[in-house]
Design a protein around this ligand. Sequence first.
Ligand SMILES: C[S@@+](CC[C@H](N)C(=O)[O-])C[C@H]1O[C@@H](n2cnc3c(N)ncnc32)[C@H](O)[C@@H]1O
Length: 461
Amino acid sequence: MTEIETNQRDSELFSPPSNVRGMTKLDRTAFKKTVTIPVLKVRKEIVNKLMRSLKRAALQRPGIKRVIEDPEDEESRLVMLDPYKIFTDGSFERAELSILKQLNVSPQIHKYNLELTYENFKSEEILRAVLPEGQDVTSGFSRVGHIAHLNLRDHQLPFKHLIGQVMIDKNPGITSAVNKINNIDNTYRNFQMEVLSGEENMITKVRENGYTYEFDFSKVYWNPRLSTEHSRITELLKSGDVLFDVFAGVGPFAIPVAKKNCTVFANDLNPESHKWLLHNCKLNKVDQKVKVFNLDGKDFLQGPVREELMQQLGPLSKERKHSVHIVMNLPAKAIEFLSVFKLLLDGPPCGIELLPIVHCYSFSKDPNPAKDVQQRAGAVLGISLEACSSVHLVRNVAPNKEMLCITFRIPAAVLYKNQTLTLENQDDPPLKRQKTDKVFSEEKTQIASVTSLEMSSPSPH
Ligand SMILES: C[S@@+](CC[C@H](N)C(=O)[O-])C[C@H]1O[C@@H](n2cnc3c(N)ncnc32)[C@H](O)[C@@H]1O
């Protein structure tokens, strides 16, 4: 009985050679290594049949063929086996032995010297062998088109160029690796980044929810983790609705919503975002549906948004059935911009169903993040939002830091100057006044109590 003695206990068998430890400049040739593995000798005509039943026992390594020619006999083949599963011919399972018998194959195992190269190691195995022993090697990254976006820890920095190159080598389609230099705290929310390896070109193209976005990743904000949130908001709008996107970036809310045959007003202060937003509207063939602005959010709300709302919600609004949504995705600051809604409009207030619905994003480090966001947003508007808003948890950004979205209708008492209840409003029965869009009732939001909110809010006079 042949026994591959050491393999069973050798957990380092498929680790790169120990001399790569501490390498900072990638030398792929240093990863060569020969290991002894078990093989089965089989007649070439039964290989296909046999392999279907030997999936468990067969060797699985990147770039290694599981069946090779037998150097001693051209009529037979060698089937490579996993040395952690097959040590002796007694290691086969009953079903495997039965198929071997059926195909008249001897379960006797032979030794084979397999040469491993850089190509045969996984990225994690490579980094574990190179970086200081016992240190975290997590090789995760977020992918933005052809770019791998890493967030390396201090102990990984001496190896940053090597790590970048390994990410490129081991991930098809990635041709550039960048490292985040600092936290996103600049106005335009783009990352300061260093190209670690590969292409310097940061102009990239991504697909999200079926739409294409092109942009310069070094100059604009893009976060692949927001795709679910973009589609959640898009789902809330129906054909004919109006969207004002105050911090639009390169268009991930604006473009899908425009495709639903809605009218969209999209704004971003960053001239680069504005440029790519225009480009992406054309790319996705919605340039006729989206009006694009390059303003500070406050000026956008006080200018084009106010003007459009005056029209949309004006005297003819009774015939209108569509909803108006305002998206404010600038979580670090958006709540401050809510103050702009105070007394923004003149004239008699529109019906409750037409009052704009705000989706405002925020971060919170509070133990009760939903309440925290409701209180902060309410404080800016001078009302209580706790009974008439819904809060959606978007994602966990860091330990104890959540990103949330608060959704509410702006009460007429907040939005309108010199507010007086018109006869039209008074005629509405309470139930009708409390009715909300279907989407919101499905979401079990509490926007339904807008009426009570208006009553509890202080009078603007
Ligand atoms: C967090 S990003 C969101 C982008 C996009 N809505 C998304 O979901 O990917 C915020 C955007 O707000 C823009 N921005 C920052 N300050 C602004 C301001 N005062 N007025 C308008 N846009 C601003 C940034 O340039 C950035 O594109």
